[in-house]
Design a binder for this molecule. Structure first.
Ligand code: ADP
Length: 168
């Protein structure tokens, strides 16, 4: 292949269709951080083809967790959930890509790890619902709310050249 025809082939490659791009908030919970599974979880989102736009290890306050889980405030397990989530550092991330909210939840697996399919993060790495390793936004609207809550300074917007190899 000559340099000229290689350059021509690259130039005629159509631009990727990014119209269905959205963002989600994914969090490695304290058990995932303690167990050294941060890299494994990042690896799966990277390998899938999703794009990282924010990443932070932090110790969340109870106040922040109560806001994050405000829809669950009336559940009997709520105090235990807030205690679990504030028991150590968490790693929060913003991932971007086509249908990343729905697909990200599929990659995490069902809330109860015993019902999570093998091949999912919870299905592969945990057992109990109260130690289920990770969080993922359940809708585009919740993702926007959660990203604003956990990353008040905003997440990065950047153009990834690699997108042509992920999206048609
Ligand atoms: P998800 O995290 O899959 O979106 P929910 O929003 O229903 O699920 O619940 C939030 C978190 O609360 C769960 O991930 C889990 O850590 C915890 N949780 C849910 N149900 C229970 C339960 N019955 N007992 C203890 N913890 C629970």
């Amino acid at each position: 292949l000559s340099t000229a025809s290689l350059n021509q082939a690259q130039l005629s490659f159509p631009p990727p269709n990014m119209s269905q791009t959205e963002r989600t908030y994914i969090m490695v919970k304290p058990d995932g951080v303690e167990r050294g599974l941060v890299g494994e979880i990042i690896k799966r989102f990277e390998a899938k083809g999703y794009q990282l736009c924010a990443l932070e290890l932090m110790q969340p306050s109870k106040d922040l967790l109560e806001q994050h889980y405000r829809d669950l405030a009336s559940k009997p397990f709520f105090p235990k959930l807030v205690a679990y989530m504030s028991s150590g550092p968490v790693v929060g991330m913003v991932w971007q890509g086509k249908e990343v909210v729905k697909t990200g939840r599929k990659m995490l697996g069902a809330t109860n790890p015993l019902e999570s399919a093998p091949g999912t993060i919870r299905g592969d790495f945990c057992v109990d619902v109260g130690q289920n390793l990770c969080h993922g936004s359940d809708s585009v609207e919740s993702a926007e709310r959660e990203i604003a809550l956990w990353f008040p300074r905003g997440a990065a917007s950047w153009t990834r050249r690699f997108d042509s190899f992920i999206y048609e």
